[in-house]
Design a protein around this ligand. Structure first.
Ligand SMILES: [Fe+2]
Ligand SMILES: [Fe+2]
Length: 253
């Protein structure tokens, strides 16, 4: 049995862009059981932009699950943004998870926005000024909540959804200098602490599509500028060798 996961991130919708994705999303159930959105749904995180997201991704024929991105925090309207999305039937995760009954089994999705900090040998450390400690604390606290959410789900196939990257592999193409602002190794550790089959993230517009955590979990950067289509579809299932991932050509967006 196979579970089919469609995913895209960094759609950055506003009044000028709304409608761009919708044609490719109609009858999504023909090729996917669920749609995951990897944050940066909006340009500046306004309630008005959230309504564009609701218009674009609400009322689809598959469940839609999202995390927010840094852009969705820009105008300090997160509660309003979340409410608009929830009212449109979109599940917004932040340190929690959900289990969906799919034809191919029970799919568990745990999500957090995540945060930066960098990767092994080139990362921020919990040392010195209070501001630096607060920065690192934000990252570790987010990763801890992701681990807890992943471990708390009773399901057949487990997927981690973040905005920030859990590994440096999928940042290849970005300037090295900004890696610490694009992701953090603690997110990868959280993903490896559970039997995660696939980790999906966005945020790295100039990054690469494929990566692997130190523990061997497949990581996919689904930022729209990277996948260059409305969404990618990944197939996960027992007979696919512990979560083999396939990418289908979905649409021309
Ligand atoms: Fe983005
Ligand atoms: Fe972002």
């Amino acid at each position: 049995m196979v579970i089919r996961i469609a995913a895209v991130g960094d759609v950055h919708l506003d009044e000028d862009v709304v409608g761009r994705f919708r044609p490719a999303l109609e009858e999504l159930s023909d090729c996917a059981d669920v749609l995951l959105l990897a944050g940066d749904l909006t340009r500046h995180g306004t309630e008005a932009e959230a309504r564009c997201v609701a218009q674009e991704f609400g009322g689809l024929d598959v469940p839609v699950i999202t995390v927010l991105g840094n852009h969705d925090h820009q105008c300090n309207q997160v509660p309003q943004v979340v409410k608009v999305l929830q009212d449109a039937g979109i599940t917004v995760l932040e340190g929690d998870g959900v289990v969906l009954e799919c034809t191919g089994g029970r799919l568990g999705v745990a999500g957090v926005k995540g945060f930066g900090g960098g990767f092994a040998g080139r990362c921020a450390s919990d040392f010195g000024e209070p501001e630096m400690k607060a920065f690192v604390h934000t990252t570790t606290e987010s990763a801890d909540r992701l681990a807890e959410a992943l471990l708390g789900l009773d399901c057949d196939v487990l997927v981690a959804l973040t905005h920030y990257a859990p590994v440096p592999d999928t940042l290849a193409g970005e300037p090295l200098e900004i890696y610490p602002f694009l992701g953090a190794y603690q997110l990868g550790q959280a993903i490896d602490s559970a039997p995660t089959a696939l980790a999906v993230h966005g945020h790295a517009h100039a990054g690469s599509e494929r990566g692997t955590t130190p523990g061997g979990v497949r990581v996919r950067n689904v930022a729209h500028p990277v996948i260059k289509q409305a969404y990618s579809v990944f197939h996960l299932g027992d007979h696919l060798d512990q979560g083999e991932v396939s990418r289908l050509s979905a649409s021309g967006i």
